[in-house]
Design a protein around this ligand. Structure first.
Ligand code: TLP
Length: 350
């Protein structure tokens, strides 16, 4: 048997549980391109309800969800205001430019979080020299911000600003569930401050695949057309939608455990020589920290950790990201902390 690895690279690495696989195997299915898959329809209705939107549509990935939203909200040449470390701008292969022909206006957030006043300054005036500002894209929780949570008042202010200027707001809510469980603010309370929301089932919720975009009925009709164009129309997709329904019903509340594990990791890392981290900044399941004073690169540390069975994600020469999830227990976290202590035991500086 191969040695079991503790995989802290991402919450996308989870494997479906036996009960989830059972739900998938037993799912009623039909051809979803004809709108005839009862399980996909049930998932779409469930997520629309959870987000307080008229309609939702199932798509294969978070990237497709975000890009369909951008495509459906904009015209080529439009400008999209976004935070500079955000997922749609950095980690979606340049899709905004390639598929929608939009240009991004990047702002610098505090751990990914923007203020309405910053956005206000970035909105273009009505001048033929300028691109047309059309859309504001936000991310909650913010991945590169270290799983940071958008304060709901800020979302409200930004949405009100957008409406006063005739702009649209899209929320990348790949980990909106984490924000909701951490704060007790319901997903629909967050979603009311956006015209469209994308959510993922394949991150902390532990489904193997699947995301949704939610919004008004007219907007989702437009997304549906582009989903077909992008090749995202799926057939007996109830098999994977069933995993999503199972995940929403059974894996939501337990996100608290992931948040506790992330906090425990952060507190332990803070005690290690050469590591800089503020555990107060760890609000959900993502832990990002700086290793520049260890005398090693992030990749060297990752290689040493891997030899002892712990996988971590170097996100730059000097920064490492850890993500807690369904497939790492609190015991695994203690083992991972022990391995960090061993790998960093020779570090002199602090
Ligand atoms: N994030 C992945 C990687 O792509 C970096 C991860 O390991 O965190 N929005 C946000 C905020 C995301 O974090 C991700 C995935 C996506 C969208 C895209 O989702 P997928 O991978 O399903 O296309």
């Amino acid at each position: 048997m191969t040695e079991r690895l503790i995989d802290l690279r991402s919450d996308t690495v989870t494997k479906p549980t036996p009960m989830m696989r059972k739900a998938m195997a037993e799912a009623e299915v039909g051809d979803d391109v004809f709108g005839e898959d009862p399980t996909v329809n049930a998932l779409q209705e469930k997520v629309a309800r959870l987000l307080g939107k008229e309609s939702a549509i199932f798509v294969p990935s978070g990237t497709m969800a975000n890009q369909l939203a951008i495509k459906s909200h904009t015209q080529p040449g439009d400008e999209v205001i976004i935070e500079g470390t955000s997922h749609p701008y950095n980690f979606e292969g340049g899709a905004g430019a390639a598929l929608s022909g939009v240009q991004f206006y990047c702002l610098k957030g505090t751990r990914g979080i923007l203020d309405a006043s910053q956005i206000d300054e970035a909105i273009r005036s009505d001048d033929h020299h300028f691109p047309v500002t059309r859309l504001i894209c936000l991310e909650n929780t913010h991945n590169r911000g270290g799983g940071s949570i958008y304060p709901i008042e800020k979302l409200m202010e930004i949405y009100r600003l957008a409406k006063s200027k005739g702009l649209l707001v899209h929320l990348d809510g790949a980990r909106l569930w984490n924000a909701s469980i951490a704060t007790g603010i319901r997903p629909d309370e967050y979603a009311q401050w956006a015209d469209s929301v994308s959510v993922c089932l394949s991150k902390g919720l532990g489904a193997p695949i699947g995301s949704l975009v939610a919004g008004s009925k007219a907007f989702i009709d437009r997304v549906h057309r582009f989903r077909k164009m992008f090749g995202g129309g799926m057939r007996q997709a109830g098999i994977i939608a069933a995993a999503g329904i199972y995940a929403l019903d059974h894996h939501m509340e337990r996100l608290q455990e992931d948040h506790r594990n992330a906090r425990r990791l952060a507190l332990a890392l803070k005690e290690l020589k050469g590591i800089s981290i503020n555990p107060e900044h760890v609000e959900t399941n993502i832990v990002i920290f700086d290793i520049s004073k260890t005398g090693m690169t992030a990749h060297e540390i990752a290689a040493r950790m891997r030899k002892s069975g712990v996988l971590i994600h170097p996100i730059s020469q000097t920064q490492i990201r850890l993500v807690t999830h369904l497939d790492v227990s609190s015991q695994d976290i203690e083992v991972a902390i022990g391995v960090f202590e061993k790998v960093l035991s020779g570090v002199e500086t602090r």
